[in-house]
Design a protein around this ligand. Structure first.
Ligand SMILES: Cc1cc2nc3c(=O)[nH]c(=O)nc-3n(C[C@H](O)[C@H](O)[C@H](O)COP(=O)(O)OP(=O)(O)OC[C@H]3O[C@@H](n4cnc5c(N)ncnc54)[C@H](O)[C@@H]3O)c2cc1C
Length: 505
């Protein structure tokens, strides 16, 4: 049913502003523009992409954030809406193995959708777990069909929508954690880690993130793991080119300072540079606390929601060290996880105790394994990422700690993987929780917004359309279904459906 909005009060197509050019904002912009809605994306930073920002340093190309592209079909759909072909703007390359997992005792486990190789690797860990893996796969396929294919791109606006999902949640024991569910199928501890760590990629602790997130295994198995030629930011640039070709407008380097309201309606936006525009509807892609508390501070709804959201549980932050080194390292695959000596206890330090532990689990990104052009000839680009407590749990001076922490991470990689690493470094820099907070207005410097626990998922997450302001919408990691590229692109599909129904009918 079309909702009665006071707009458009003008001739011509409906006009929409999207605050923020993250993957969610860009995907929403493409969908709206494809439906004939005149869309302006306003981005605070000098480049689009949000967490998927990028830097060029000394001839090396560094992606800031996402590197593992899954479910490429959800991206291709953004082009096929207007009968265009994504391949004209972006080249996706398959990555194999998906990840190499490594433990301190030297064990390697190559994780991929090559069934024979994967079963062989599982049998090497514990032959008794091959059957258990098959049962886990069947479970993962079930939650994928229910949780992702059916519900991953529809808005949960009322409690009734949650009630409708309840039987499936019960059937798949959604109250259990991913780790607990995985442990019911396989007994080898390394395999339990290998089949449960994925929630960390969307900000969730495997020990208390709902077992529905086990769907990631099936998502990767069916859709593969991909990398954009030139880096993830090349995908971002491709999305911007497509959006602009469709007639959309980008405003970069202009932070929105206020979303203007009149009564219970949004009327336009005003930026820090003094620009303002009237819009029929506004969608927020930035941080959810920032959007309500800061951009809507003049409205009672903004203040109320801001205060309410501040009390929620937020995902941890991340510490990243980016480095470019001399030499090709073809033996190091594109994606590696270097598990530490502790798993459950380390996660508790990060999520619960707010401790910057002496040990860490690292994700190592080596993009030149797929695209050597991301470094000067004969050189390699890397980043190493460690989950760390967010700023609300750990109050340290990151400027002081960053160089020390980075050295410890580099020493660990040197010890386990690249013996002469530090003598090869040509360029290096860090990215800390403070940077997430400063550059992205991320509440507490959280890298993934609201923690994806069951009581903060679906209807319990920020709604894709505000309950009280009918022409205010949300898209991105803080909304349903949540963080990660497929998640935020799914949220854009849910939000676009609402907006198109509301504005076009
Ligand atoms: C280091 C890292 C690695 C990751 N790895 C992966 C991965 O491999 N695979 C994967 O699928 N996911 C990964 N993720 C998660 C994924 O990157 C994010 O969930 C996703 O990109 C978030 O997109 P978003 O649409 O919510 O917007 P964001 O990326 O958060 O962008 C929001 C944008 O809004 C802008 N903004 C905020 N306030 C304002 C304002 N007032 N005015 C104007 N603009 C504003 C910000 O500048 C920003 O550009 C990773 C995340 C991080 C941090």
């Amino acid at each position: 049913m079309q909702r009665q909005l006071p707009f458009p009060k003008h001739d011509g197509p409906a006009r929409v502003a999207i605050v923020g050019a993250g993957f969610g904002g860009l995907a929403l912009g493409i969908r709206l523009q494809s439906a004939g809605i005149a869309t302006t994306i306003i981005e605070a930073r000098d480049k689009p992409g949000g967490r998927a920002y990028a830097w060029e340093r000394d001839g090396f190309t560094f992606d800031a954030g996402p590197t593992v592209i899954t479910d490429p079909a959800c991206l291709r759909e953004l082009w096929s809406l207007s009968n265009s072909d994504m391949a004209a703007d972006v080249t996706l390359m398959p990555v194999m193995p998906f990840y190499r997992l490594n433990w301190p005792d030297g064990t390697n486990f190559d994780y991929s959708n090559d069934e024979r190789a994967l079963r062989g690797a599982i049998a090497d860990l514990d032959p008794r777990d091959v059957d258990g893996y098959d049962r886990f796969l069947a479970y993962s396929a079930g939650v994928y069909a229910e949780g992702y294919e059916k519900l991953g791109h529809v808005a949960f606006l009322d409690f009734a929508s949650m009630v409708r999902a309840a039987p499936a949640l019960a059937r798949y024991q959604a109250w259990r954690s991913v780790y607990s569910m995985v442990s019911s199928f396989v007994r080898n501890e390394k395999l339990r880690e290998a089949l449960s760590f994925h929630t960390l990629l969307v900000g969730g602790n495997p020990m208390n993130t709902s077992a529905i997130y086990a769907l990631i295994h099936k998502l990767e198995k069916d859709g593969g793991v991909w990398f954009a030629k030139g880096g993830t930011h090349a995908l971002v640039r491709g999305m911007v080119a497509h959006f602009e070709r469709l007639g959309g407008t980008m405003r970069l380097g202009d932070r929105v300072a206020e979303i203007e309201t009149l009564g219970d309606q949004v009327t336009g936006v005003r930026t820090a540079n003094g620009w303002r525009g009237d819009f029929d509807a506004v969608a927020c892609n930035g941080d959810i606390v920032h959007s309500y508390r800061d951009l809507l501070s003049q409205s009672a709804r903004g203040r109320q929601m801001g205060a309410r959201l501040e009390r929620k549980r937020f995902s941890p932050s991340l510490f990243l060290v980016h480095f470019g080194i001399m030499g090709d390292l073809p033996e190091i695959p594109h994606h590696m996880i270097l598990f530490g000596p502790r798993y459950r206890e380390l996660l508790a330090d990060i999520y619960d105790h707010g401790v910057l532990a002496a040990d860490f689990s690292l994700y190592l990104h080596h993009p030149t394994a797929s695209d050597p052009n991301m470094a000067p000839p004969g050189c390699s680009t890397f980043y190493a990422l460690a989950p760390v407590p967010h700023l609300g749990k750990l109050a340290v001076d990151w400027e002081e700690i960053a160089p020390i922490y980075a050295e410890r991470i580099l020493a660990e990689i040197e010890r386990r993987l690249i013996p002469d690493l530090r003598s090869r470094i040509m360029t290096k820099f860090y990215y800390t929780p403070k940077d997430f907070s400063h550059d992205l207005a991320a509440y507490l410097g959280s890298a993934f917004s609201l923690e994806p626990i069951l009581t903060q998922s679906a209807w319990f997450r920020v709604h894709n359309r505000d309950d009280k302001i009918p022409n205010l919408y949300f898209v991105g990691a803080g909304t349903h279904p949540g963080a990660g590229i497929p998640g935020v692109v799914g949220s854009a599909k849910a939000t676009a459906k609402l907006m198109i129904d509301d504005l076009v009918g």
